[in-house]
Each structure stands twice: as structure tokens, then as C-alpha cells.
Design a protein. Structure first.
Length: 136
């Protein structure tokens, strides 16, 4: 994890128990589990989660607070957005998206689950290697 631009402020945590929905190695440290779930997610270089959707009947969604390294966020049929420490991504419910590290950098963000009614996550297909490799 020695990278000059990666200075995490939260503990790395354990290997991500949701790893089957990621390409590459990721780590998870839950910071809060009551009320609002907040997890510190750390991605090794090149790691990203699969496309997924945060469903909700009311409220819901997710907020990402980028804390270290360089990463990417992309919504379905939209261009990818480069992420850096201090960036905030508000993801409404029902939006198919993915997020993860740049190919040459570790990346961490806080994943905040927005409270809602009837919430669930749907994991979809992996981000294709071809599409990912087009990102610089």
C-alpha cells in the first residue's frame, strides 16, 4: 500500500466480505452500523465494484465521501468521473453505477447509506475490463 498520493485517515479494515461483487482486492472497516451505516471502503489499484443499484421505495441512496487516493465513479450511460480526496458523490436511489480505484492508485471513500424505506442493493454485472482500461 505504499503510494505517494495515498494517505488514509481511517483504518484499512478486513478483506471486504462483499468481495464477490468486486474486481480486485478491497477492504472494509465499518465505522457506524446503527442509525446510518458508514463504511470505510479501500480499493487496491485497479479494484472496482460491479455495477449496482441502491433500491428504495422512499428515501435511500448512497453518499460517497472520498478520503484518499484517486478513483472513479460512473453512472450507467454516462461518462466516468475522476475522484480525489474531498470529492462528494450523492447517488440517488435507482441509479445503476459503479465506483473504485484508478489503475495506478489506491483509493478510499466513506460509503454512507442514506436511510429509507424498502431499501435493498442489487448487484449487477462486472465493469468490463475494456471499458475500465479506457479510463486514464
Amino acid at each position: 500500500m505504499n503510494h505517494p498520493d495515498f494517505n488514509p485517515i481511517f483504518e484499512l479494515g478486513e478483506e471486504n466480505p462483499f468481495g464477490q461483487y468486486f474486481t480486485g482486492k478491497s477492504y472494509l472497516k465499518m465505522l457506524a452500523t446503527e442509525g446510518v451505516g458508514i463504511g470505510n471502503v479501500t480499493f487496491a489499484p485497479g479494484c472496482r465494484n460491479h455495477w449496482h443499484i441502491h433500491h428504495a421505495q422512499k428515501g435511500g441512496g448512497q453518499i460517497l465521501l472520498c478520503t484518499a487516493g484517486r478513483g472513479w465513479y460512473q453512472e450507467w450511460n454516462q461518462p466516468a468521473r475522476e475522484l480525489h480526496p474531498g470529492d462528494v458523490v450523492a447517488i440517488p436511489p435507482e441509479v445503476k453505477h459503479w465506483h473504485g480505484a484508478a489503475g495506478n492508485s489506491w483509493f478510499s471513500h466513506l460509503a454512507i447509506e442514506v436511510p429509507g424505506e424498502g431499501t435493498s442493493n442489487e448487484w449487477c454485472e462486472a465493469v468490463s475490463e475494456e471499458a475500465y482500461q479506457k479510463l486514464k
